[in-house]
Design a protein around this ligand. Structure first.
Ligand code: SAM
Ligand code: MD0
Ligand code: SF4
Length: 346
């Protein structure tokens, strides 16, 4: 396929033609670097058609690293003997003073499934209301699975977006990753959030699947909850967890899947997370078709990420200023806040 063919193919996708499972298998099996670059080219063409050179940016506030669950892939699972923290409302208010000076489009409030909040949802509602009042920007909540009544209360007090990742739609693999958790419960929670007016983000892990059929099932599954945002993250082994010894894979598979997601879900939000490979990794993910930068953490902040590629780094460079500086070198720039809020249907 030459450049014209690639652009024709992109135009077909833009005008609504679907991708078959056979096409998906072929794309997942591409290994030749020049063929992979063509896939990224088509994905960029489609992304630019819907979003131009505009990028959305989310600040990340991991306000409690306590968790009652035992996910095999996660550093914060309940059995890992690690330092944990839970921010107070006073801590949150101080963070808001910084956030409201920053050029971000949304605040992502994330926690482990901390019983302190899960058993007393009014505490979570108060936290969300406080951030909304202080920062006055859209709020994404990543609370794990909460009941429908709590979802409604959070919505009524400022939450706009629910992030709840299935990790995989391969049920066997799900049982190995999200140990003792319900596959259906996660889907039902996202679907209910969508029904009551939230925007929804779903996501899958890669570098954990047994084969490409498992990946294909997950790519198709991502459409289940009619999401507004879809993501893929490369599994990074974590100290003290059951999967600590698993081989570390590079991000080639993730970059390929980001492009495939752009072809499957042309006008959705697709993130480049700074949590995996920082700003250098962000560039590759944007060049693969992503259009959102997530896991932005203010400089001098002690807040943790979830994957924390930079856990051992003396300094972190995932602050909004460094992100915007690098975007400009790529000919990209932050979108208008009004454009983002239009996307949220506000
Ligand atoms: N506790 C909430 C939950 O589990 O839904 C919110 C936490 S946050 C959304 C956790 C997400 O980070 C997981 O859903 C997973 O997709 C990702 N993640 C966690 N550990 C990871 C790892 N070691 N490598 C890559 N992604 C990881
Ligand atoms: C990220 N570390 O964007 C964050 C986190 C949760 N809503 C997001 C996984 O990568
Ligand atoms: Fe807890 Fe979420 Fe980590 Fe699972 S992924 S152990 S629910 S913080």
């Amino acid at each position: 396929m030459d450049q014209n063919d690639l652009e024709d193919y992109a135009e077909q996708i833009i005008s609504g033609s679907e991708i078959s499972d056979e096409n998906l298998r072929e794309m997942l099996q591409i290994s030749d670097p020049s063929e992979i670059e063509k896939l990224h080219y088509v994905a960029r063409h489609i992304r630019d058609n819907f979003f131009g050179n505009k990028v959305f940016m989310y600040s990340f506030v991991y306000f409690s690293t306590h968790c009652k669950n035992n996910c095999a892939f996660c550093y914060y699972n309940r059995e890992n003997d690690i330092e944990r923290y839970r921010l107070t409302l006073e801590d949150i208010k101080k963070i808001c003073q910084v956030l409201k000076t920053e050029e971000i489009h949304m605040v992502d409030l994330t926690m482990g499934e901390d019983p302190y909040f899960h058993n007393n949802p009014e505490r979570l509602v108060e936290l969300v209301r406080t951030v909304k009042e202080e920062v006055g920007k859209p709020i994404m909540v990543s609370p794990g699975v909460v009941d429908n009544e709590t979802l409604m209360l959070l919505k009524e007090n400022g939450a706009d977006f629910l992030a709840l990742y299935q990790e995989t739609y391969d049920k066997d693999l799900f049982g190995k990753l999200r140990v003792e958790q319900s596959f259906e419960e996660r889907i039902n929670s996202r679907n209910h959030a969508k029904k009551i007016g939230y925007c929804v983000e779903d996501g899958i892990l890669t570098a954990v699947e047994p084969d490409i059929e498992s990946t294909l099932v997950s790519l198709r599954g991502l459409g289940t909850s009619n999401p507004d945002m879809v993501r893929v993250m490369t599994f990074l082994p974590q100290k003290g967890t059951p999967l600590e010894g698993k081989d570390v894979e590079g991000s080639e598979a993730e970059l390929k899947i980001i492009s495939i997601l752009r072809l499957m879900y042309p006008n959705l939000l697709i993130p480049a997370s700074l949590d995996l490979e920082g700003i250098d990794g962000m560039v590759h993910r944007l060049n693969s078709g992503a259009n959102v930068v997530t896991s932005i953490i203010s400089s001098n902040s002690a807040i943790e990420g979830v994957v924390n590629y930079d856990r051992e780094h003396a300094e972190r460079d995932r602050d909004v200023k460094s992100v915007i500086k690098r975007l400009k070198t790529m000919g990209m720039e932050p979108a208008e806040q009004s454009d983002f809020e239009k996307l949220l249907g506000q």
